[in-house]
Design a binder for this molecule. Structure first.
Ligand code: CMC
Length: 371
């Protein structure tokens, strides 16, 4: 038996959803550059789940389906209110609330494709409402009900802030959601597939995936990027800060990638978005600091930014609280998780690899008195 730590380079499944080839990322064959520039998040979700872009009628129907399912049951608000808001991480709240959605869905265990797609809509629609409701409840504010006339991205920002976002903010957020929607067999997506391959339900798959996304080596990195940027108050401090962190062998969050060794294509798009957004808002400082750090780390370690690095600047400039960055990632990635769950269930086989044993050799049991 040969083992590969972290399953690096192992091809564990076939998938027709997204592809990373020569550092180019595509969803169902469309480049993320084209989708980020020209599509909306709803179109991308439809594409991921159905394999083709929707026509105008299909898109209208899909949008209204999402909007009509965005309200969450009262039990979810009660649950969120009962949690220790000030102490608990929003990703733990999200994981718990999505699991509770499954408890409340009478069709949770119906496994036919049609019902699974209806549940997919319900999860995707409600996840924004959960994240934004938690943010408001912990500030002592009432949750803002979703609006049916707003698109998915604008609705999220509206429910978060209680006021309609500007066109620039809504479009930037829409693009950010598109860029995070899917990413081949990343850790959380693999987790979702492993979970449902036992024929467990879609809520369990998404709940498990949220747990995997939470860690700082995966989705949790975007929050840690912001915490680092917060500590570096000026460009002149950055050199010392980064040298010190590297000397202590600390990982710099938002840099490096298991698959991309010549740079993450999402990060290139996000860098431009961060520059334009901060110029538009007149708050360019964070972008300039980030660009300086990128240069430093490239020169010092040859490492390039991944998707989490410039998302921190984008989300912060959009007025999103730092510990909501990873939940925002989850709001978007739910679309990819669901696509993979549906694909896995469409041609399922239990995922059960082996481990190479390196423990004690075979030995005889010794009764407790004789030990
Ligand atoms: N800062 C400093 N050194 C690094 C970093 C980093 N961010 N990333 C990799 N390295 C070094 C690492 O120390 C190792 O050096 P050496 O060979 O001297 O020990 C070498 O590069 C290879 O790194 P690795 O950790 O073995 O690579 P990996 O493929 O196992 O890990 C990674 C990939 C993303 C976990 C890692 O680059 C990392 O921890 N980055 C910081 C966390 C982060 O930004 N995660 C987000 C990933 S992308 C989007 C997402 O999933 O959310």
């Amino acid at each position: 038996m040969t083992t590969t730590k972290g399953l690096e380079g192992i091809v564990a499944t076939t998938s027709a959803i997204s592809s990373i080839h020569n550092d180019v990322l595509t969803y169902r064959g469309y480049s993320i550059e084209d989708l980020a520039e020209q599509a909306t998040f709803e179109e991308v979700v439809y594409l991921l789940w159905n394999g083709e872009l929707p026509d105008a009628v299909q898109l209208r129907e899909f949008r209204s389906n999402l909007a009509n399912n965005a309200t969450v049951p009262d039990e979810i608000y009660d649950l969120i209110k009962a949690l220790p808001h000030q102490k608990v991480h929003p990703m733990a709240v999200l994981r718990t609330a999505v699991s509770a959605l499954g408890v409340l869905d009478e069709q949770a265990d119906d496994m036919d494709e049609k019902t699974n797609k209806q549940k997919a809509i319900r999860i995707q629609a409600k996840i924004s409402t959960i994240v934004t409701a938690f943010s408001r409840i912990r500030q002592g504010l009432e949750p803002v009900a979703p609006r049916k006339d707003l698109g998915f991205a604008a609705n999220f920002l509206y429910m978060l802030k209680g006021k309609e976002p500007s066109t620039v903010a809504a479009r930037t957020f829409d693009k950010a959601l598109i860029l995070h929607a899917d990413h081949e067999l990343n850790a959380s997506t693999f987790t979702a597939r492993v979970c449902v391959a036992t024929l467990s339900d879609i809520y369990s798959g998404v709940t498990a995936a949220i747990g995997a996304l939470k860690g700082p080596l995966h989705g949790g990195a975007n929050e840690q990027v912001m915490r680092m940027l917060d500590k570096i108050t000026s460009i002149s401090e950055a050199d010392f800060f980064i040298e010190d962190a590297l000397a202590k062998k600390q990982k710099i969050m938002g840099f490096g990638h298991r698959v991309y060794k010549n740079g993450d294509p999402r990060a290139r798009i996000q860098k431009k978005m961060a520059e334009e957004l901060t110029q538009d808002s007149g708050e360019e400082k964070l972008y300039l600091l980030s660009a300086h750090i990128e240069e430093l780390i490239r020169n010092r370690k040859g490492l390039l930014p991944n998707t989490d690095f410039y998302s921190a600047t984008i989300y912060h400039t959009l007025g999103i609280e730092t510990d909501l960055f990873t939940p925002v990632f989850a709001v978007s990635r739910t679309s990819g998780w669901v696509a993979h769950i549906l694909e896995q269930l469409g041609d399922n086989r239990l995922i059960r690899p082996r481990a190479e044993y390196n423990g004690q050799p075979y030995r005889a049991y010794v009764p407790v008195d004789a030990r």
